[in-house]
Design a protein around this ligand. Structure first.
Ligand SMILES: [Zn+2]
Length: 132
């Protein structure tokens, strides 16, 4: 699944849980679930990193770095760091993408994933509703 949608689904789960701990624990599980869906990927690593970072920065700016949504976004997208950081691949094998082996290619279009990610992030970055 594209990084931006990992960011968005993690943020949504974090916001829904309202708990920092739940957000951080749910993130990697959501990542695995997302990669398990048969999906298209975006080949440009630069685009993947850029759009993921943009999502995290937007959440940080609108909700703060320690908001459950922001933490969930980081926790859910972090497993993709093993694609770019060699020290996360001891023995040359990726934990989330080789050992657990849940990455499935398929029909979920990258453009639709991007659209969904944008919609979720915009919804989470709007004016906060006040309680009561
Ligand atoms: Zn992944």
């Amino acid at each position: 699944m594209i990084v931006a949608l990992h960011v968005a689904t993690g943020a949504a789960a974090g916001a829904a849980s309202g708990s920092r701990r739940a957000a951080v624990l749910l993130g990697p599980i959501l990542h695995l679930a997302g990669d398990r869906l048969p999906h298209q990927d975006i080949r440009s690593r630069r685009f993947e990193i850029g759009s993921g970072l943009a999502g995290v920065l937007l959440l940080t700016a609108r909700r703060g770095p320690l908001d459950p949504a922001t933490l969930g976004a980081v926790a859910s997208s972090a497993p993709d760091l093993e694609h770019v950081l060699p020290f996360l691949r001891p023995g040359g094998r990726k934990l989330f993408h080789d050992r657990l082996g849940w990455h499935h290619s398929g029909r979920f279009p990258a453009a639709l994933q991007l659209l969904l990610a944008g919609a979720i992030l915009v919804a989470l970055s709007g004016p906060r509703r006040r309680a009561g």
